[in-house]
Design a protein. Structure first.
Lengths: 118, 114
C-alpha cells in the first residue's frame, strides 16, 4: 500500500515551453503533497507543500509564478514549470501524506521526474 | 529548529561487511524517525521507521533504534550486498500546527563492492 506515482518519468523540452508533472496517490487519500527538487548527488530541496483544495505554501526562494502547483483532489497534485530554462533542469520528486492508520506522519515518495530543458 | 545530521559519505564497503550510518537529530517535540533509501535514478523509498524512544525499526536486514538519550537513530546492517548500493536519508517528522513537518538529512551514499 501507500503507492505514489509520477508522470512522466522523464521529459525533454525546449527553452521557453511549459512542462506539467503529475503526482498521484494510488491507494490512499493524500491530504498533503510535497514537491522536491534534487540536483545530482545532492539532498532533497523542498519546494512547496500543498494541502488539498488550498493554495500551496512555497519555501523561501522558490518562485511561485514559475512553479505552479495545483492540488485539486485528494489523489492528484500537479507541478507546472512555466517558461522553462536550462537551469530548471533537475530531478523533481513528489511525496504524499494522508490519514493512513499508524502512518499519519509518514511521507511516501513518487519515483521522480527528470526534466531536461534544452 | 529541528534538524537532522548524518555522516558524510561516500561510504565504501566490501560485500558482507557490517554497515553503520550515523544519524543524530535535534527536535523540540517527540518526533518520529525514518530512514529512506534512494536507488540510482529513482525516488525515495521508506526503509524503516520508529515512532518513540527505544523502538527499533527493521526491514530487509536493516535496523535502527530510536535513542532519545543520545538523540540518535543510527542505521545498521550486519552483511551488506552489492544491491544495497544507494543513498540513505535519515529524517524526522515532528508535529506542528495542522500536521507534521519532515526534515531530511543530507544523505549518505553507500557503495558496496563485490
Amino acid at each position: 500500500g501507500a503507492v505514489v506515482s509520477q508522470h512522466p518519468s522523464w521529459v525533454i523540452c525546449k527553452s521557453g515551453t511549459s512542462v506539467k508533472i503529475e503526482c498521484r496517490s494510488l491507494d490512499f487519500q493524500a491530504t498533503t503533497m510535497f514537491w522536491y527538487r534534487q540536483f545530482p548527488k545532492q539532498s532533497l530541496m523542498l519546494m512547496a507543500t500543498s494541502n488539498e483544495g488550498s493554495k500551496a505554501t512555497y519555501e523561501q526562494g522558490v518562485e511561485k509564478d514559475k512553479f505552479l502547483i495545483n492540488h485539486a483532489s485528494l489523489t492528484l497534485s500537479t507541478l507546472t514549470v512555466t517558461s522553462a530554462h536550462p537551469e530548471d533542469s533537475s530531478f523533481y520528486i513528489c511525496s504524499a501524506r494522508g490519514p493512513i492508520a499508524g502512518a499519519r506522519d509518514t511521507q511516501y515518495f513518487g519515483p521522480g521526474t527528470r526534466l531536461t530543458v534544452l | 529548529g529541528d534538524s537532522v545530521t548524518q555522516m558524510e559519505g561516500p561510504v565504501t564497503l566490501s560485500e558482507e561487511a557490517f554497515l553503520t550510518i550515523n544519524c543524530t537529530y535535534t527536535a523540540t517535540g517527540y518526533p518520529s524517525l525514518f530512514w529512506y533509501v534512494q536507488y540510482p535514478g529513482e525516488g525515495l523509498q521508506l526503509l524503516l521507521k520508529a515512532t518513540k524512544a527505544d523502538d527499533k525499526g527493521s526491514n530487509k536486514g536493516f535496523e535502527a533504534t530510536y535513542r532519545k538519550e543520545t538523540t540518535s537513530f543510527h542505521l545498521e546492517k550486519g552483511s551488506v550486498q552489492v544491491s544495497d548500493s544507494a543513498v540513505y536519508f535519515c529524517a524526522l517528522s515532528d508535529r506542528e500546527t495542522g500536521g507534521f513537518k519532515t526534515i531530511f538529512g543530507a544523505g549518505t551514499r553507500l557503495f558496496v563492492k563485490a
